[in-house]
Structures are given as structure tokens and as C-alpha cells.
Design a protein around this ligand. Structure first.
Ligand SMILES: *Cc1c(COP(=O)(O)O)cnc(C)c1O
Length: 475
């Protein structure tokens, strides 16, 4: 056991080298392990549940314990054959920059607390606007993910629609305020409703507009909008990847004075490619847009962005207002004035590294490659006789393997097999398996191996040798 202060501290090179070597080994082994950890590995997690010792533990032991017990119990989602939810990996440059910036341990709240963070985040934000061909007067900040992007965007919207009616919501709150209405699609993401609840707008008051068979909002079914409405559109349905018809929705919002907020959690990056940019026509006309960086930009968790148009910048600033006698004098580069957090890590550094390492062509190629893989999955499954339930417009595929019971059995079989990992959903009343392709690490070989395992397992289900656990009580 080490004496505290002797081997610990900022210059413990052996410890840090050990950490990096363990991380490298972990990443190296990812392709050869089951995508979801085996029960033996997750059972061992209880070995981390020690009684808190009275005295110190050697940092080398701390790290070894975490790696030896923790690493085998991780999900191989940074690898190339994880297609569950919408996750994405970490680009090497983004991961490496993240490690270095963790060593910096900067507080990115003010320029005064970290000039480098403020500067690099400014550049990253500018690059994001450039790859999206958005005007340079747009503003924004780095948040933990789309959920907090929604909170910030809806708070800005709340400020704007109430200010028009002479109500100062930051001072007086919502008690006695004129009512605000959120209008969104019946397929809006769960986090939008969470954000609505958090900022006091209530999810029960949200008006849900019907969607077509692809999950796109039907503009002719919009209720009457007005200047106290916040219209929330979606770019990239979390199941099928479809896009709400943004130009029509923007027109309806503009004509009525409503605020328009966009959930572009992963769909945002379609705009960075020649082939798919048209899916995001109208982006330049929304008031606010929340998106993830940890999904398709492939930076480590947790990372997202809130973007607002130039004329909406003041609403976001007002909504996030923060004063303190001990705060430094305000500086245009104070990024903490553009996010709901105060103290936080410099998330924009990871985005800066990802964008620099990819370049415009690399980003477009990452997105296009993943979309091509999604089409390959759809084609391979359809030609084997299974039903692809969505138009594969982006990176998401929904497939049915027959009855709901059979689809469920195939999903469970694939998850147990460990070659790849997919999750399930319900789409237009049918059970479906979701395939989400959004990692730089996925190769054509990963796609073929995964497709082979899906077809092999589906064939066994069709032949009756596997049945679903939860649904079919016999197995
Ligand atoms: C993932 C996702 C969200 C939520 O993003 P978090 O990063 O989990 O906060 C919101 N909307 C859509 C469409 C998503 O895919």
C-alpha cells in the first residue's frame, strides 16, 4: 500500500501510463468481444461494491480494480457492430482530445476561468455553423445533450413569447403568466416532454399533431398557431429517421408569430452532406435547434449543442441570465452565459477535435457511409423476405421478422448471440427491430457479419428452434 502523497499527485507518470495502456487494450479488444457483456461479467460488478475504507487505497489498485471488473461489463457501443438506440462511437481525435482536456481540468464557465476553453469553443461553434451553412450571427452553447438543449431552447422560447405579451418570466415566473402552448408531433421525442415539464409548461398541455405513416408531422393537421405558441419540429425520428416537413412548418410559424424549435438530435448532420442536406431545408429559418454531438459527430459523452438564430440570441441570454458579485466582468467569449450550466468541462474541445480531424469531406463521408450501411441492411433483410417498415431516408432501419412474437424472438436471439446488438420498438402497431448506424468505427465487414447473424437467427426463429422469452411462455 502506498503512502498517500508519495506516488499520487499530478506527476504520477506510471499511473497515467497504466491508465492509457489499459484504455488502449480495451479499445483494441472491442471487435473480438460479445457486444453486450455476458452475465458472468456483470455478476462480478458486485466486487466493486466494497465497504468504503477508512484509509486511502493505492491509486494503481483503484485503477486495476475498475479495469479488471468494470471493463468486461461495458457494452461495446464504441465498436463497429452496435446498432442499438442512437449511440455513436468516439472518433480517435475526439477521444484523445477529451483525455488531454480532462488533464487540463478547466472550468469553461468564463473566459476568465479558462481562456483556452472559451477560445476553442468559439471556434468549434463557428465550424458547426459553417458545416451546416448557417449564418455567422447564430449563437449557442455546449450542453450535455439534446435534453438540455431542449431545456435551453424552450426557455429562450418561453422568454420570447411572454416578453411579447409584456410578461417578464425570468422575474415573475409562470404564476399568473399568460398561457403558452407547445405544439409538436405525436412522434416527438420523450425528452421534449421532459423539457416542457422542467420549465413549467407541463406535458399535458402539449398539443400533439398527427403524423403520416413515416412519423412526419402532417402540416395540414396543425392547429391554429399564434404568437404564444412554441412549435417543435423534429429532424430525424428516433425510430425511422424521418424528417418533419420543415419549410411548411417554418412558414406556418412565421405567419403566426410562433417560435419554432427543432429537435435535430442526430438528424442535424444530414445537412453536412450533399446527398442528404435537402432533408434539412428550412434549418436556417428556425429560432432554436437542439442537437447531440455525442451521437453522430462521434465525440465522447456527454455532449450536445443549443443553437439559436441571431435575432433569438437575446432570448437565450435572458433565459440563462446569471449574476454574481464575484463574477468576472462580462466578456463576449464567456460561454457559460449560453448554457444552463455554470461550472462545466470544455465540451466544445471534443467537437473542435472531431471536426478538425474529419474536415468537411470526412464528416460528409462519415454520415454518407453510415446511411449506405443502413440501406445495405434494409436491402439484405428485404431480399431475404423480411419487411422493412420505414423508408430508409437516413441511418435508421425498422424491420419486422413476421409476427410480433417472432420479431421479439429475433431481437432476443441477436442480443444473446453477441455479434451485434439491436433494440426493439413498436412502429405503426407492429413490433420492429431498430437498426441505427451512426459510428465511424463501423466497416463494411461489420455490416456483413451483423447481417449474416441477423439472417441466421431469423431463419432459426422461422424454423421454430428459438422462441421469445417474454412473450412466448414456453421457453
Ligand atoms: C437521443 C435523442 C434525444 C435526446 O438526446 P439526449 O442526448 O439523450 O439528451 C432527443 N431527440 C431525439 C430525436 C433523439 O434521438
Amino acid at each position: 500500500m502506498a503512502i498517500p502523497g508519495e506516488t499520487t499527485g499530478p506527476t504520477d507518470a506510471a499511473l497515467f501510463r497504466d491508465a492509457v495502456e489499459r484504455a488502449i487494450r480495451y479499445l483494441h479488444d472491442l471487435p473480438d468481444r460479445p457486444v453486450f457483456p455476458r452475465e458472468g461479467a456483470t455478476n462480478r460488478l458486485s466486487e466493486l461494491d466494497l465497504s468504503l475504507p477508512d484509509g486511502p487505497t493505492d491509486p494503481r489498485l483503484v485503477l486495476a480494480l475498475l479495469d479488471e471488473i468494470g471493463s468486461p461489463a461495458t457494452v461495446a457501443s464504441p465498436g463497429g457492430r452496435y446498432f442499438g438506440y442512437v449511440i455513436g462511437g468516439s472518433l480517435p481525435a475526439a477521444l484523445a482530445a477529451h483525455w488531454l482536456a480532462t488533464a487540463w481540468d478547466q472550468n469553461a464557465v468564463f473566459r476568465a476561468t479558462s481562456p483556452v476553453s472559451a477560445f476553442v469553443e468559439d471556434v468549434a461553434l463557428r465550424w458547426i455553423l459553417e458545416v451546416l451553412t448557417l449564418p455567422p450571427d447564430w449563437r449557442g452553447g455546449f450542453v450535455t445533450g439534446t435534453t438540455m438543449g431542449h431545456v435551453a431552447g424552450l426557455a429562450a422560447a418561453r422568454h420570447a413569447v411572454l416578453e411579447r405579451q409584456g410578461w417578464d418570466v425570468e422575474r415573475d415566473g409562470l404564476f399568473g403568466a399568460p398561457p403558452i402552448r407547445i405544439v409538436t408531433s405525436a412522434h416527438a421525442h420523450a425528452t421534449l416532454f421532459r423539457a416542457a415539464r422542467l420549465i413549467g409548461l407541463g406535458d399535458g398541455r402539449v398539443v400533439r399533431v398527427p403524423v403520416d405513416e413515416q412519423g412526419r408531422m402532417i402540416p395540414t393537421r396543425l392547429p391554429e398557431l399564434d404568437a404564444s405558441t412554441i412549435l417543435c419540429a423534429q429532424a430525424g425520428n428516433v425510430d425511422g429517421g424521418s424528417f418533419d416537413p420543415l419549410p411548411e412548418l417554418v412558414d406556418a410559424a412565421r405567419a403566426s408569430g410562433a417560435w419554432i424549435h427543432l429537435d435535430a438530435a442526430f438528424g442535424l448532420w444530414a445537412r453536412a452532406t450533399p446527398r442528404h442536406a435537402q432533408l434539412l431545408r428550412g434549418l436556417e429559418d428556425v429560432d432554436s435547434c437542439a442537437a447531440d454531438l455525442h451521437k453522430w459527430l462521434n465525440v465522447p459523452y456527454d455532449n450536445g449543442v443549443i443553437l439559436v438564430r441571431g435575432s433569438a440570441a437575446n432570448s437565450l441570454r435572458s433565459a440563462l441570465r446569471m449574476q454574481g458579485a464575484y463574477f468576472p466582468e462580462e466578456d463576449a467569449r464567456d460561454r457559460g452565459r449560453w448554457t444552463p450550466d455554470a461550472s462545466r468541462r470544455a465540451r466544445g474541445v471534443d467537437a473542435w477535435a472531431a471536426l478538425l480531424s474529419l474536415g468537411r469531406s470526412g464528416l460528409a463521408d462519415l454520415v454518407e457511409r453510415n446511411c449506405g450501411f443502413a440501406r445495405r441492411f434494409a436491402e439484405g433483410l428485404a431480399s431475404a423476405g423480411y419487411s422493412v417498415l420505414n423508408d430508409v431516408v437516413l441511418n435508421q432501419v425498422l424491420v419486422s421478422f413476421g409476427s410480433d412474437t417472432e420479431t421479439q424472438a429475433v431481437i432476443e436471439g441477436i442480443q444473446a448471440d453477441g455479434t451485434c446488438w439491436c433494440s426493439g420498438t413498436h412502429w405503426n402497431g407492429r413490433a420492429a427491430m431498430r437498426i441505427s448506424v451512426c459510428s465511424w468505427a463501423t466497416t463494411p465487414d461489420d455490416v456483413e457479419r451483423s447481417l449474416e447473424s441477423m439472417l441466421r437467427i431469423a431463419e432459426r426463429v422461422r424454423g421454430g428452434s428459438i422462441t421469445a422469452r417474454g412473450i412466448d411462455g414456453r421457453s
